[in-house]
Design a protein around this ligand. Structure first.
Ligand code: BES
Ligand code: ZN
Ligand code: ZN
Length: 457
């Protein structure tokens, strides 16, 4: 859907209707058990009006007791309507149950077909009808659109979505609302100010690195300001520590932390809540080539700590380190949340449906956990102990960029590295390498919902 037209109506005009069916209320017994994931299409005639054929899409929600069941069912039913090439569809909102139906409807219509000669079918109108619609429809539509925006950034070509492209996207968001102050560091500023880790990662590419800061000031009376830092590696070849093809193929999406942060900031620009949030995007292309940074070199970070580069594929932590200390020193946030496709190890630990979190603050970790439960973008906390911190100490420098205990607990040691740069500010790192994309959907937009929910809690 190009324009998300979601309409709340007493009586739907659409001849395609979606209804949720609980297992224990199922009267549509033929070939349909109303279990989670089951769907049936039936046809009836609109006798009272003009004898038109009505398509009824019944979708099962099993016990029908969680948001997640309804969310999954919404996307399944909309996929069916798309398959049937319907231009419009009406969803019957289940009585007495409130899940973010508008957001889910907008999300369900998402297709990335920019590069297909024959475009996927689009739904032009989604009507919502039913007894109780106590939902903030507009809020939901905006949130769904912000998720789809993030997915477009993830899915598009690495040759297009370069650091400067993220700058353009960020500026477009900031210019749409007058509550932003913007700072962008270009290559000269990055070098002059000494963000040498960010520079090192990006130096091998003809598309140079950037640091983007979108300072959203929605509440001038409050000292609270949350910094959201998103890893924006627009392509991760691994650098001289080159990745094998199979591991490299999805690495245009190594900017999924950045796209999630931009998605959340886009939502703020549109809804303009009374809070303060600093969106921070360190962005670089980790290229291979004769200009690329070297293994074995020691580089001084923005906060003065020196780092031995022992693997150029452990680049995310490098650009995040400089971004985190830059925002800590110059913007004094009350807390820092970073989101990054940081380690393959988190995929091994938690798979593709749960993200890992790491924190120096129990209250913050708990709040992020609760936001995850609420949005069903679930997170699970892993520890950082002194042995992990020790594993990141350098031999000839203060730190090393990969641990000296091998690949084991790689997500934890990566976090121990980041912790060196947070300057005692309450901080939570969210490793989304597993949740950010998958085979079936491509980029998932994971994290936009979680961040927005956390910010508006
Ligand atoms: N971008 C990758 C992590 C990643 C892996 C993201 C799979 C999405 C899916 C990151 O920069 C990386 O290469 N990490 C290395 C670190 C290692 C060299 C210590 C990894 O996880 O193997
Ligand atoms: Zn890498
Ligand atoms: Zn990476």
């Amino acid at each position: 859907m190009n324009k998300y037209i979601i309409d709340v109506v007493p009586n739907p005009s659409s001849k395609t209707r979606i209804e949720f069916v609980k297992e224990n209320e199922n009267t549509h017994t033929i070939d349909f058990d109303a279990k989670e994931g089951s769907i049936t299409v039936q046809y009836t005639t609109d006798k009272d009006v003009n004898w038109d054929t009505i398509t009824l899409i019944y979708v099962g929600v099993g016990e029908g007791n969680t948001d997640k069941l309804y969310e999954k069912a919404t996307s399944l039913a909309i996929a069916k309507a798309i398959e049937l090439k319907r231009a419009d569809v009406a969803i019957k909102v289940p009585a007495g149950y409130s899940f973010p139906i508008a957001e889910m409807a907008v999300r369900a219509t998402y297709r990335f077909d920019k590069y297909k000669t024959e475009k996927d079918h689009e739904i032009e109108l989604v009507e919502l009808y039913g007894e109780t619609i106590e939902q903030e429809i507009e809020h939901g539509v905006t949130l769904g659109e912000s998720v789809n925006f993030a997915r477009n950034l993830q899915n598009d070509n690495a040759g297009l979505v370069v650091p400067e492209y993220l700058v353009e996207q960020a500026l477009a968001i900031a210019n749409s609302c007058d509550l932003f102050e913007v700072e962008v560091l270009y290559e000269d500023n990055i070098k002059e100010k000494g963000l040498n880790l960010l520079w090192a990662v990006g130096q091998g590419s003809p598309t140079p690195p950037r640091l983007i800061i979108l300072n959203y000031k929605g509440d001038e009376h409050s000292e609270e300001r949350v910094a959201l830092v998103g890893k924006g590696v627009t392509f991760d070849s691994g650098g001289l520590s080159l990745k094998p093809s199979a591991s490299m193929v999805d690495m245009r999406m190594d900017m999924s932390g950045a796209s999630a942060v931009l998605g959340a900031i886009k939502f703020l620009a549109e809804v303009q809540p009374e809070i303060n949030v600093i969106g921070v995007i360190p962005t670089a292309h980790n290229a291979i080539g004769n200009e690329a940074f070297y293994l074995g070199d020691t580089i001084k970070s923005y906060n003065g700590k020196t780092v031995e580069i022992l693997n150029t594929d452990a680049e995310g932590r490098l650009i995040l380190a400089d971004a985190i200390s830059y925002v800590a020193r110059n913007y004094h946030p009350s807390e820092i949340i970073d989101m990054a496709t940081l380690t393959g190890a988190i995929v091994v630990a938690l798979g593709s449906t749960v993200a890992g979190i790491f924190s120096n603050n129990d209250d913050l970790a708990e709040e992020i956990f609760q936001a995850g439960e609420h949005t069903q973008e679930r997170v699970w906390r892993l520890p950082i102990y002194d042995e992990h911190r020790k594993a990141m100490k350098g031999k000839f420098a203060d730190l090393r960029n990969i641990s000296n205990i091998g690949r084991n607990c790689g997500s934890i040691t990566a976090s121990a590295f980041l912790e060196e740069f947070v300057e005692d500010i309450p901080w939570c790192h969210i490793d989304i390498a597993g949740t950010s994309h998958n085979e079936k959907e491509g980029g998932t937009g994971w994290g936009v919902d979680l961040l927005v929910n956390y910010l508006l809690r």
